[in-house]
Design a protein around this ligand. Structure first.
Ligand SMILES: *Cc1c(COP(=O)(O)O)cnc(C)c1O
Length: 405
């Protein structure tokens, strides 16, 4: 805060965007190397999405979803269900952001067991280094201490484990109390792009099924094509009980989220007096739904998924060229997501921050997680923009990072 408030600090203001380029208050242009904090999918100011929003705002911007419904939400619900093969996740609950999508999934899971004869299932299992959002419930399953600020456990009973193998050491007493397991599939984002071993998701899904424990997949970051498939779970043919979507759902234009679940969970809430007590004032905002429909239209019309394999191949080979740098310790990549880890350096040297500030001077915007520089461009990035992005990062690392001895 102090550094931000310092007299000499000039905050950067972003005033416009087109495609993968953002422009600041001085007219300088930058590549949006982290997709405006992992949200943007098809680039900025995409005519299909802006038109969808404009057409909707001419009708109505927002109406209550409490006891009402509307066409954009109905259409979006249908289209989201159809995105997964077999439409196994047939029910959609809207909310406002990634954290609330997680809150919904956890509360549905806990309430489901409570009202369906297994009230002892009161615990959520979460992994070390996980990040699931900043609201109290979502933060309570988070595994990164610094993000928790003042306290640790905010109310939910949480069982934390390091990895899949550590599930073996859980006693029956513990597993019989599990309502759900929550995980970021394939890759933990805020932890610095940590990859799970191949096959882990399949194994975890089987482990949950054997014990009738719900599997909650947090695809807030990985959803909507980032990993090369529409959803990360498709890499391992896993269908969870809850799929949490936000960030990219509107193409990165407006805040909106959805928690998808099964017919079984839906039915568990039927019956006299039963209700899922959860809702926000802006739930299923009409403009947000219109933007999301616009984004899905772009996916279809521009065959975005088909364009990804060659982009990912180029991304991999460009990242590979960064490995030559002695300052680069590790590169972790999944689809169009990458973490370039430099160092090791002392945390107080803030090397990651310094590299990102230097990259800015070379026309690239991104953020570090400590000493891991995140590269997560919009899926719309062109080949020449990819080269530009990697070149800017290379120059920044060479400029800032001392050679290790
Ligand atoms: C960003 C993120 C969240 C939280 O989403 P918000 O919209 O910022 O609340 C949750 N989970 C993951 C994996 C995320 O990357």
């Amino acid at each position: 805060m102090q550094a931000w408030c310092a007299d000499e600090h000039e905050p950067m203001m972003l005033v416009s965007g087109k495609g993968c380029t953002l422009t600041d208050q001085h007219g300088k242009e930058y590549l949006d190397g982290n997709s405006s904090i992992w949200t943007n999918i098809h680039g900025h100011n995409h005519p299909t999405i802006t038109t969808a929003i404009r057409d909707q705002v001419d009708r109505v911007a927002h109406t209550s979803f409490l006891g009402f419904t509307h066409e954009p939400a109905i259409q979006l619900g249908k289209q989201l269900v159809d995105l997964l093969p077999g439409s196994a996740l047939s029910r959609v609950f809207f909310s406002d952001n990634g954290s609330t999508a997680i809150e919904c999934a956890m509360r549905m899971a806990l309430q489901f067991w409570k009202q369906n004869d297994q009230p002892q299932r009161d615990t959520i299992l979460a992994f070390d280094h996980a990040y699931h959002g900043d609201t109290l419930g979502a933060a309570s399953v988070g595994g990164i201490p610094i993000f928790k600020g003042s306290g640790n456990d905010f109310g939910y009973r949480v069982q934390r484990v390091a990895n899949f193998d550590s599930l073996d050491s859980l006693t029956l007493e513990v597993t019989s109390r599990l309502a759900a397991v929550i995980i970021e599939p394939l890759i933990q984002g805020s932890a610095g792009m940590r990859l799970w071993p191949k096959g882990m998701l399949t194994a975890l899904s089987a482990w949950c099924r054997e014990r009738d424990i719900f599997l909650i997949l947090d695809e807030v970051m990985t959803g909507f094509g980032r990993t090369g498939t529409m959803f990360a779970c498709q890499h391992e043919d896993v269908i969870p009980d809850f799929l949490c979507l936000a960030k990219g759902i509107t193409g990165g234009y407006l805040p909106l989220a959805a928690t998808l679940t099964t017919e079984r969970v839906f039915k568990g809430f039927l019956g006299p007096g039963r209700a899922f007590y959860y809702g926000h004032s802006y739930t299923a905002n009409q403009l947000g739904c219109a933007a999301a429909l616009g984004s899905l239209q772009v996916f279809r019309e521009e065959r975005v998924m088909e364009s990804l394999p060659s982009k990912i191949t180029l991304f991999q080979s460009l990242l590979e060229s960064l490995r030559e740098l002695p300052q680069v310790k590790d590169i972790r990549q999944c689809g169009l997501i990458a973490g370039v880890e430099i160092g090791p350096y002392a945390p107080e040297s803030l090397m990651g921050v310094k590299v990102c500030l230097a990259a800015r001077r070379h026309g690239l915007l991104t953020r570090p997680v400590v000493d891991t520089i995140v590269l997560m461009p919009p899926l719309a990035i062109s080949d020449s923009e990819q080269r530009q992005m990697i070149q800017a990062l290379r120059l920044a690392i060479e400029e800032i990072c001392p050679l290790p001895h």
